[in-house]
Design a protein around this ligand. Structure first.
Ligand code: ASP
Length: 406
């Protein structure tokens, strides 16, 4: 019998995980699922994380060196940034509109005395965060997994390869191409275990959080889900069709494995290896474009996170009965954009960054306590949208460079 395609295997893994999680809660064997069985998911996640830094270096350096001319690099960079910022803004505006229409926080009885969350970021230091993109020691950044700093250094390194003498340029480009090939082979090997890993991750989350936590926050979740759905099904496909002239359904099929992995891991960074493989192999985007657009996108282009930040901040304002002026809402939009760019591509990063918005418009930080309970499931959804937007971006940009897709 023929083995089903990988995305089907992943889908089956996801469903089995869900069933296992629900059954474990019904029959009281959660400890088994969140204990010994969860190890499989942890091993899979660790393997994915293991390849993030070398994969980013190999793909960015080889792609930027392969792009060749400085002007082509500049044009590609410009298009990429314009795509990232405009789609994130569209996502935020969708969220803002919905949260003003549905008003999920008005009259919500959420027990506002909940405890403040311990915030791991020092929100007064956002300027320092931006400066720290320039690493003082690139090797230390690689060791610590400071992805933005690694990207910055890799971009420079790749660019200056193109400025060296012919011999050096071709040797270095070849070296990094080969390095990239090896990394992609490791990636493909790890991906083979995705169905199992995802089954375990989903079973773990389901066994840990029952459905009861969702009830008081139903309208808030609905607002986020509607916004994410609209962005994923209307806004991005429209851009794909109008600018990219590509059928959205074909791309969904091509990257479905990556989308499900994003959903299960809640990490764009951990999903990056799969996104790169799917966009290149199934959609036919060139190595140069995917190698440049995707690692950058996984780190800074987070449409789902941007939308979520805006809805969550507005929800907290409504729950406290605080009316935000037009200007304050404008600040929410702007800071949501910055927060989504600054958020790390790991689980819960977006949740922590909401503190920046709350601080900017003077809302109580304790408000974060309100939405913590349902963050995980929303994180899974927004991460899928983040990855979907990156995939659409790579295709749109590849098409604008005259590439043939599919
Ligand atoms: N988990 C998201 C991601 O990796 C970031 C977030 O928390 O919003 O894309």
């Amino acid at each position: 019998m023929k083995k089903p395609a990988l995305h089907w295997q992943i889908f089956i893994g996801l469903c089995l995980g869900l069933v296992l999680g629900v059954l474990s809660r019904m029959f009281g064997f959660e400890d088994m699922v969140t204990g010994p069985l969860a190890v499989i998911g942890t091993v899979f996640l660790r393997a994915l994380k293991m390849i993030i830094v070398p994969l980013i270096i190999a793909s960015i350096v080889s792609s930027v060196a392969g792009i060749g001319s400085g002007s082509r690099f500049g044009k590609l960079g410009f298009k990429t940034i314009v795509y990232y910022i405009s789609t994130s803004l569209l996502a935020i505006l969708t969220g803002l509109m919905l949260v003003n229409l549905i008003k999920p926080g008005s009259g919500a009885d959420l027990g506002l005395q909940q405890e403040a969350v311990n915030l791991p970021v020092d929100i007064d230091k956002i300027g320092d965060v931006l400066i720290s993109i320039i690493p003082t020691n690139p090797i230390a950044s690689m060791a610590q997994g400071d992805v933005l700093s690694v990207i910055f250094f890799s971009l420079l390194f790749g660019f200056f390869i193109t400025r060296t003498s012919d011999g050096c340029r071709s040797r270095m480009t070849q070296l990094f191409q080969d390095f990239f090939d090896v990394m992609m082979r490791i990636t493909r090997f790890i991906i083979l275990f995705a169905p199992l890993g995802i089954c375990s991750l989903i079973a773990d989350v389901t066994a840990e959080s029952g459905l009861s936590v969702f009830l008081p926050l139903g309208r808030y979740m609905l607002t986020v889900v509607l916004g994410l759905g609209f962005h994923a099904v209307v806004t991005l496909p429209l851009l794909l069709m109008v600018i990219g002239r590509v059928r959205p359904t074909a791309l969904v099929r091509a990257v479905s494995g990556a989308l499900m992995t994003a959903f299960s891991t809640a990490s764009s960074a951990a999903t990056l290896p799969l996104t790169m493989e799917s966009v290149r192999k199934n959609a036919g985007v060139s190595k140069e474009v995917s190698g440049f657009v995707l690692p950058l996108g996984a780190t800074v282009n987070m449409d789902g996170t941007a939308l979520y930040e805006c809805v969550a901040a507005m929800f907290i304002a409504q729950a406290y009965g605080i009316e935000l002026s037009f200007f304050q809402q404008f600040i929410v939009v702007l800071t949501a954009l910055l927060a989504s760019i600054g958020a790390a591509a790991i689980p819960m990063a977006g949740m922590v960054m909401i503190a920046i918005i709350l601080k900017a418009v003077g809302l109580p930080l304790e408000g974060l306590g309100l939405i913590l309970a349902v963050d995980r499931v929303l994180d899974m959804m927004r991460t899928s949208i983040n990855v979907w937007s990156d995939s659409c971006g790579s295709v749109i940009i590849a098409r604008s460079e005259g590439e043939k897709i599919f």
